[in-house]
Design a protein around this ligand. Structure first.
Ligand SMILES: Nc1nc2c(ncn2[C@@H]2O[C@H](COP(=O)(O)OP(=O)(O)OP(=O)(O)O)[C@@H](O)[C@H]2O)c(=O)[nH]1
Ligand SMILES: [Mg+2]
Length: 243
């Protein structure tokens, strides 16, 4: 089984080489990595190119134009579906998603189409250093989004995921224009509507060690409010149809 993990990067020069080393150490059979960099001013793109020269299983895409996590994923998904990979993964570059959990996520795919790392099932947790408002907002936002969208999983805004390619091929992810958290639960909603079988694996979400946080309070509030918009947008959507 060929598995390709997409790692979107923006200013991750310190994290990227360490993360790559940690992922390779897991020795997951068939594992490949696709780094999608958005012209990071700190030179992450050059570091990624150097890593790709050293390792046969690493590929790099450099996006031009406006940056954005959602668009970086769409670009990566498109690229992977043109190739022959069986599984497509999502993972942050800042060690919030522990590489040691990759084998467990892969094992979950035996019984699911989408395996999700989850902070909100027994055994999962978030960084102790998070301020109370961030903990509460993440918990509440997750509860709210999954209730309104009827999603059968506990963590809908996490980005530590493995998709079977057949599932990703069924959903119109190219048309999802949202960014950040909304993008993450929007594609989950589409997966659910397409009949996906979900599997959750608990993990501890640690805050980034290096680099600046890009998290903003306003972004989380906006994500919570847009849940209704997502539900409305796909009210008539079925697999095989355009939204
Ligand atoms: N290609 C690309 N990657 C991005 C962009 N914004 C963020 N990323 C990457 O997406 C992943 C998640 O972003 P983070 O900045 O960690 O977002 P977060 O976890 O909500 O917030 P912090 O960790 O507190 O900064 C990381 O690997 C980032 O480098 C972007 O515009 N383009
Ligand atoms: Mg992060």
């Amino acid at each position: 089984m060929k598995i390709t993990i997409i790692i979107p990067t923006y200013n991750e020069a310190e994290n990227l080489p360490l993360l790559i080393e940690a992922i390779q150490a897991q020795q997951v059979p068939g594992l490949h990595i696709l780094i999608v960099d958005d012209m990071s001013p700190d030179g992450t793109g050059d570091i990624a190119d150097a890593l790709a020269k050293q390792h046969k299983n690493i590929e790099v895409l450099h996006r031009q134009g406006p940056r954005g996590l959602g668009r970086a994923y769409v670009y990566g998904f498109d690229h992977m579906l043109r190739g022959d990979t069986d599984v497509i993964g999502q993972m942050d570059c800042d060690f919030s998603h522990p590489p040691e959990k990759l084998p467990e996520l892969v094992a979950k795919l035996a019984e699911s189409d989408l395996a999700l790392g989850s902070r909100y099932i027994p055994g999962g947790s978030v960084d102790e250093k998070w301020p109370l408002w961030r903990k509460a907002l993440s918990r509440w936002g997750n509860f709210y989004a999954r209730t309104i969208l009827g999603l059968p999983v506990k963590d809908v805004t996490g980005a530590f995921r493995l998709w079977r390619r057949e599932l990703l091929e069924k959903i119109p992810y190219q048309q999802v224009v949202s960014s950040g958290y909304v993008f993450l639960y929007e594609i989950l909603y589409l997966a659910h509507r397409a009949g996906a079988r979900f599997g959750e694996v608990p993990f501890h979400f640690a805050d980034r060690r290096f680099g600046q946080s890009k998290m903003r309070f306003a972004v989380q509030i906006e994500a919570a409010l847009r849940v209704w918009q997502v539900r409305w947008r796909y009210r008539n959507w079925r697999p095989g149809r355009q939204p």
